[in-house]
Design a protein around this ligand. Structure first.
Ligand SMILES: [Zn+2]
Length: 244
């Protein structure tokens, strides 16, 4: 039994089925007399490993956590068996449930899910649009000006607290740049926000292996790149005043 399943999995890996094709095939295996309905599979930014399946006139609609986007075909196949069995009120073969559970239990998967929970759970900071400044807009400007537009945009947000101590930080585990909400104010000129964001973008550009301790490390390369910011001195003076 287990062997058979694994062979099916291997085949799907070889023929590169799309997630939609996997769900349609499993549907046919479970309900051979019913032509498979059209299938739509979406990977969504859920805060957990939940997946949802619905069957209506439009067909089958499957929503899967994006943590599983790019998972091996065997894993999506196992998930298809689990979800479709549930939908058809059957018990999924234990081997599939096992395979899926084992995959989710792998160390890196557990870590991804933990990070996603942190980032998308209630604790996360706001999005890029503040009351005054839009970080996405400023990011793209700086990206164009100083990085040839080549930097992939990380998550951008405002902290909940109006911190004076930490005006900004780059969090590599979430790939996020967070600016202190203190800066999202009409009392702060745009140059100040631009400089803090630029500084954090340089942290993204010059990554440092922190090995546990979270420190702000400015290598010579970092410092040299920072000097490309034309109003560096003015910006620093300005921020000193804000943090009084
Ligand atoms: Zn720094």
């Amino acid at each position: 039994m287990l062997l058979d399943n694994d062979e099916v999995g291997l085949q799907s890996a070889i023929f590169f089925e799309t997630p939609e094709e996997i769900f349609a095939r499993v549907f046919s295996e479970l309900k051979p007399r019913t032509p498979p309905p059209p299938v739509r599979v979406e990977f969504r930014k859920f805060a957990n490993a939940n997946s949802i399946i619905q069957w209506d006139e439009a067909g089958l609609r499957v929503r899967i956590t994006d943590v599983l986007d790019g998972a091996p075909a065997q894993i999506l196949e196992a998930l298809a068996h689990i979800l479709l069995s549930k939908l058809l009120r059957r018990t999924p073969p234990r081997s599939y449930a096992e395979r899926y559970r084992r995959y989710l239990n792998r160390k890196e998967m557990r870590r991804s899910l933990e990070l996603v929970k942190q980032a998308r759970g209630r604790k996360f900071v706001s999005g890029p649009q503040g009351a005054v400044y839009n970080l996405e807009e400023i990011f793209e400007e700086l990206n164009f000006r100083y990085f040839h537009g080549l930097m992939a945009r990380p998550l951008l947000g405002w902290s909940r607290q109006r911190s004076q101590v930490m005006l900004g930080h780059y969090d590599p585990s979430h790939n996020a740049i967070i600016l202190s909400r203190l800066l999202d104010s009409t009392g702060v000129v745009r140059l100040g926000v631009e400089y803090v964001l630029f500084h954090e973008m340089l942290h993204l550009r010059f990554p440092v292996d922190h090995r546990g301790a979270r420190r702000c490390v400015h290598t010579p390369d970092f410092k040299q790149a920072e000097r490309e910011f034309p109003q560096l001195k003015e910006a620093k003076e300005l921020l000193k005043k804000i943090c009084g």
